[in-house]
Design a protein around this ligand. Structure first.
Ligand code: B4P
Length: 185
């Protein structure tokens, strides 16, 4: 199964992704985790990415697309994957489609986790990561609405979008995810 997770910052994509990979045995590719690892290792890409992440902006498409396309070309991605945090722009989504379609292996499902903004502020404030300061959260939500939310319509038109209510306990939400994924298999 090849799937993508879409949702605003703090919707719980990373949290649900851990449970999905444990049950369905997919490769978990989180672009946020990849960028934080590159930043901590002080690679040139990591240093460049940090400028954007710390102010709540998306890193430029050309930076992130190269990383993901290279990763998806590795043999362990052939058995299926969960992309968490990618794509985040229509340009990224187009590149992903182009790559997968070239291998005649398109996406199976896109899960949208829907959570209202007041709840996102609460969750991110209590997580307390470096980019979870109120002013940065605000910028991340603006970036989400402007650059990422159009993906909902993009994938809806492709007929592969499934929207999940992201309010409730982690286990309640996972039960909703399982119901959708089991119906796609
Ligand atoms: P990400 O690392 O993708 O981070 P996220 O969207 O903030 O988090 P997520 O939705 O996974 O929430 P989580 O489960 O952790 O991105 C960070 C930055 O990297 C971006 O701002 C951007 O700069 C850059 N970036 C990444 N990918 C990019 C791309 N493709 N293009 C350009 N730039 C890119 O949950 C959040 C909190 O809520 C946790 O504390 C969790 O415990 C809690 N929580 C989870 N589920 C809950 C529930 N049901 N109830 C209550 N709390 C819950």
């Amino acid at each position: 199964m090849k799937m993508v997770f879409v949702g605003p910052p703090g919707a719980g994509k990373g949290t649900q992704a851990e449970k999905i990979i444990a049950k369905y045995g997919l490769l978990h590719l989180s672009t946020g985790d990849m960028l934080r690892a590159a930043r901590d290792a002080k690679t040139p890409i990591g240093i460049k990415a940090e400028e954007y992440m710390s102010s709540g902006q998306l890193v430029p498409d050309e930076v992130i697309i190269g990383i993901v396309v290279d990763r998806l070309a590795q043999p362990d991605a052939k058995k299926g994957f969960l992309l968490d945090g990618f794509p985040r722009t229509l340009v990224q989504a187009g590149e992903l489609d182009r790559n997968l379609n070239a291998a005649s292996d398109p996406l199976d499902v896109v899960l949208e986790l829907r959570v209202p903004e007041d709840e996102l502020y609460k969750r991110l404030a209590s997580r307390g990561r470096a980019d979870d300061k109120p002013e940065v959260i605000k910028e991340r939500l603006v970036a989400y609405r402007k650059q990422t939310e159009p993906l909902v319509e993009y994938y809806s038109k492709q007929g592969i979008l499934k929207t999940i209510d992201g309010i409730g306990s982690v286990d309640e939400i996972f039960a909703r995810v399982e119901k959708v994924l089991d119906s796609c298999r």
